[in-house]
Design a protein around this ligand. Sequence first.
Ligand code: SF4
Length: 266
Amino acid sequence: MFNFDDRIAVAVSGGKDSASLLHILAKMERQHPKASLVAVTVDEGIKGYRDEALQIAEANCQILGIEHHVVSFKKLFNFSLDQLIEKAQRKGKRELSSCAYCGVLRRRALNVAAREVEADKIATAHTLDDEVQTILMNIFRGDISRLAKENPITEDVHPLFVQKVKPFCEIPERESTLYAYVKNIRFQDTPCPYALEAMRNDVRAMLNSMEEKYAGTKFTVFKIMERIRPALAELVKKDGFTECVECGEPASSSLCRICELLRQLS
Ligand code: SF4
C-alpha cells in the first residue's frame, strides 16, 4: 500500500479505529525517514458530535508531533451537514439518507484536503468489519458498480484523485479497538446522532451474529470478494472521468454529484 518515501494523509475522525491507525503509522514512519505523515480531519458540521472529535484528533496529533489539517463542509460547500439535511427536509427534496449525503461530501473533502497537504496517499481506517458491511450493503442495494469499485487500494482513474488505501482492511474492528485500549489512546466514543438511521447498523448486527455462530464469516466474505472483484470489474462498464463544469472536480458526467445535489437545494 505504501512506498518508503510517501507523504501519507491519514484520515483521522477522532474515533477508535482512526486513532489506532494514526498511532501505528506514526510508529512505522519513524523507521522510514523519507516518508512523512499528516493527519486530515473532515469537519462535517454535526452539532454535539464533531467538536469533541476534533479536539481528540488534535490531542492525538500533538502527542505524536504530527501536523493536523482540518477541512470543513461549511467552507467547501457553504453548508454544514446539519444545515444541508435541514434544508433538504424543508424543501421536501431529501433523496438520500444523512449518511449517504455525508459520504458523498466527505469523500470529496478528504480528497481536497489530501491535495492541499500534497499527499501521495490517503490512508483510511476502514476495518475488516467496515469492508464486509460495505460489500453486503452494495449487494443488498443491487449496486454492482460500487461492488466492483470498492477496493482496498483505489485505482488511478484521474490525476485529481489522490490514491486511497485501507491498511486495516483485514483487521477486525475488535482488534483495532483493543489496540486503542491497550495503548491507552484517547478516542471519542460518542456515536454520531445520524448513525441510527443507517442501513449499516442492521448489516453490522447481522454480521456480528453470523460471526458469533460461524467464526471466520467476515474474513471469508472479504477474501471471496477479493477473488471475484476482477471479474466484476470486467462486467461493469468502465466509467470515464471528466471534470465538472461547475467546480472542476473529477466527475463521471458534466455535472458532479455534489454540484447536482447543491443545485437541487439552492
Ligand atoms: Fe456521517 Fe453517517 Fe458517519 Fe455520521 S454516521 S459521520 S452522518 S457517515
